[in-house]
Design a protein around this ligand. Structure first.
Ligand SMILES: *[C@@H]1O[C@H](CO)[C@@H](O)[C@H](O)[C@H]1NC(C)=O
Ligand SMILES: *[C@@H]1O[C@H](CO)[C@@H](O)[C@H](O)[C@H]1NC(C)=O
Ligand SMILES: *[C@@H]1O[C@H](CO)[C@@H](O)[C@H](O)[C@H]1NC(C)=O
Ligand SMILES: *[C@@H]1O[C@H](CO)[C@@H](O)[C@H](O)[C@H]1NC(C)=O
Length: 625
């Protein structure tokens, strides 16, 4: 009988035939098949050179979860534990009134993890090397001040920032000892003490770290004479020189170590050209093309190319800097600045234009799967001869689909950004290179599969004002008009309708960041500026960090939003989880109450370091019982 009777024999013939047919089908239909099953698979757009399909961001997100769990596991819940954590981390007794600070923090339901105050110690430690009388004198003679006497804070300045800071201090003045605070009225920070000098101060300061016998500890702060009634102190006033060099890189880099790239690299003086941009794969704060150490990413000492990629280094609006260590307080600073950080006035004020009010709670599901950015062309004074080196100009241009199309086709090389590096294996660039083999016009007919098409579908990024150097041309700007079309401003609440919120530095830090964190959208943060809250936030847990060159931007965009045309799904769940974790955490540790607790701790420390008896001062209530 030609026809096999037993089913097993039937299968013996049929199975190989089926397999052959299927293989043939797969071989001929790969493209169609993969685009059909694409959305079901985890995105396979990224492939490590060792063949692993695991996206590097998966690993960073996992690591951040662990880092955060370990951070909150160190929270303390008694005064004794908080004091013990203090002594262990700081090597000194806590300052006088530590018990009152603790009580205040508890009343405000603050989470108490000693690391949250690391910035204070970073900022104040070098002052332990200066004579207290000299610090007091420098504060007293500074142009703008808040004075605290007998638990009352006051100022003779009506500058709006000082007024806001005054309002903040008045909420805790009943707990504050006498002191004078010098305040920076400018956007830009004021101090860059040379690296070599800071090392010397730190060595001297280390010698003052002692754990005094509790019985000998002074637990009261001293009193100060009324402002203007001070007796002349003997300290010869060292000369204070203010520099106004607009090429701030020359000033900033002296805060870096002598063997650092920032100190050794050639200084760029011609900004009238396309800046060179280092590969984001070779930098030591990056891992597989993404930021692995956010703190390090904000330090420019190993990133000499940033001298031509950030407005602050090229031409800030104003510069008034000194190499002397003075007790000047301000709202944000670069890694090398020695200013003492306070929460920025706009954070305390909670201005609606920075918070977006009720828009902040739009549910994730009802948001557009896209990234939005609106802003002014700040960063410094942009001019015809330097604008290509400004960070906001770079970010807006690299998100402009038509500029990308021109650059990708080779018709016109990018003026101020780099095309995505091949190492990112972006789905959008893969598709466009495979379709461009037939003809160069196919990229425009099949634009959904190209980088520009993908960008215009997922981003909405534009300037609202070009901040032109030539007055008479408002609102246009004859040197940037050809590249940027300003659009009307959009209220923050409206921006919160989009899932991704990239955030890029302006003249200094970006004031909308706190509003972004508190919202239900996901902030993607590229920054060189440091703020009071940095040690409370964990990158990849509460926000997405981005390199200052923005080379990782397209990869971040693809990871979270996907590339529909190429069948690569976005990790919408991961994006939502980080957005919500950031919002929840901001509601616990970035409240106005947390600013009060921070400032109270800061000013108790400051009042001790300016006191003649500082080495004997402390709170030892727990040790005397
Ligand atoms: C490949 O490299 C990635 C990134 O370094 C790593 O996470 C992964 O474990 C490696 N996979 C293999 C199969 O070696
Ligand atoms: C990140 O970089 C900083 C230096 O800025 C360093 O102190 C810290 O140890 C680094 N963190 C990790 C996890 O490597
Ligand atoms: C823009 O206008 C200014 C001021 O009138 C002029 O000096 C400059 O040459 C103009 N630049 C261009 C590109 O037209
Ligand atoms: C995008 O770039 C083109 C020039 O390539 C420019 O005409 C257009 O105004 C830009 N769009 C935006 C929103 O800046």
């Amino acid at each position: 009988m030609p026809f096999p009777r037993r089913p097993s024999a039937f299968l013996r013939y049929l199975l190989p035939a089926l397999i052959l047919t299927l293989t043939f089908y797969i071989l001929t239909q790969t493209k169609g098949l993969s685009s059909q099953i694409g959305p079901l698979l985890p995105a396979v757009s990224w492939k490590h050179k060792n063949g692993s399909n695991r996206h590097p961001i998966d690993k960073l997100v996992k690591k951040a979860d662990e880092e955060f769990s370990s951070l909150i596991s160190r929270a303390t819940s008694t005064l004794e534990d908080a004091a013990a954590a203090y002594r262990k981390r700081r090597g000194r007794h806590p300052p006088p009134s530590f018990d009152k600070w603790y009580e205040f923090a508890r009343q405000k339901n603050a989470i108490i993890v000693e690391e949250f105050w690391d910035q204070i110690y970073h900022d104040l430690e070098p002052f332990w090397a200066l004579k207290p009388a000299q610090i007091r004198k420098d504060a007293r003679e500074f142009e703008m001040r808040i004075e605290i006497r007998d638990h009352k804070a006051s100022t003779r300045s009506d500058w709006f920032w000082t007024q806001i800071w005054l309002e903040m201090l008045q909420t805790i003045e009943h707990l504050l000892p006498d002191m004078d605070l010098a305040l920076n009225p400018m956007d830009e920070p004021r101090l860059v003490v040379p690296w070599e000098d800071i090392q010397g101060y730190m060595r001297q300061a280390a010698k003052t770290k002692t754990m005094e016998d509790p019985r000998g500890v002074v637990s009261e702060f001293g009193k100060l004479p009324l402002p203007g009634k001070e007796t002349l102190e003997e300290e010869a006033a060292p000369e204070r020189i203010w520099e106004h060099e607009k090429h701030y890189w020359l000033i900033a880099r002296r805060g870096c170590a002598p063997d650092s790239p920032a100190r050794k690299a050639d200084v760029v003086t011609d900004f009238n050209r396309t800046p060179s941009i280092a590969s984001s794969f070779d930098l030591k704060h990056m891992q597989d093309g993404y930021v692995v150490n956010y703190t390090l990413s904000t330090d420019f000492c190993h990133q000499a190319d940033l001298q031509a990629l950030e407005g602050i280094f090229v031409e800030p609006l104003s510069v008034s800097a000194t190499r002397s260590l003075l007790p000047v307080f301000g709202g944000s600073k670069l890694a090398v600045n020695n200013d003492i950080l306070l929460p920025a006035p706009m954070y305390w004020n909670e201005e609606e234009r920075f918070t977006g009010a009720e828009g902040a709670s739009i549910p994730w599901e009802s948001k557009h799967s896209s990234a939005i950015w609106r802003g002014v062309a700040t960063g410094g004074l942009n001019r015809e001869t330097n604008w290509r080196s400004f960070q906001r100009h770079r970010f807006v241009a690299m998100n402009n689909a038509s500029q990308l199309a021109l650059a990708a086709s080779g018709a016109s090389p990018p003026l101020n950004f780099a095309l995505p590096a091949k190492e990112y294996h972006l789905a959008a660039t893969r598709s466009s290179s495979s379709s461009s083999s037939s003809s160069s016009s196919s990229s425009s007919t099949n634009s959904d599969l190209t980088l520009p098409g993908w960008l215009s579908a997922t981003t909405d990024i534009a300037f609202t004002d070009l901040m032109c150097a030539h007055d008479g041309f408002w609102p246009g700007c004859n040197y940037t008009d050809a590249y940027f079309a300003p659009v009307p401003p959009m209220p923050m609440a409206e921006q919160f309708r989009h899932k991704l919120l990239p955030d890029v530095d302006g003249n200094s830090f970006s004031g909308r960041y706190l509003g972004f964190l508190r919202s239900t959208s996901l902030p993607v943060k590229a920054a060189l500026w440091r703020e009071w809250h940095d040690s409370r936030l964990v990158a990849w847990k509460h926000f997405v960090p981005m390199d200052a060159r923005f080379g990782d931007w397209y990869g971040i965009l693809e990871y979270f939003l996907g590339c529909e045309a190429a069948g690569v799904p976005g990790r919408d769940g991961v994006a939502e989880r980080i957005a919500m974790a950031g919002r929840e955490w901001a509601g616990k540790v970035l409240r106005r109450e947390d600013m009060q607790v921070y400032v109270l701790r800061l000013l108790l420390e400051y009042a001790r370091v300016v006191d003649e008896r500082r080495e004997k001062m402390g709170w030892v209530g727990d040790l005397l019982r």
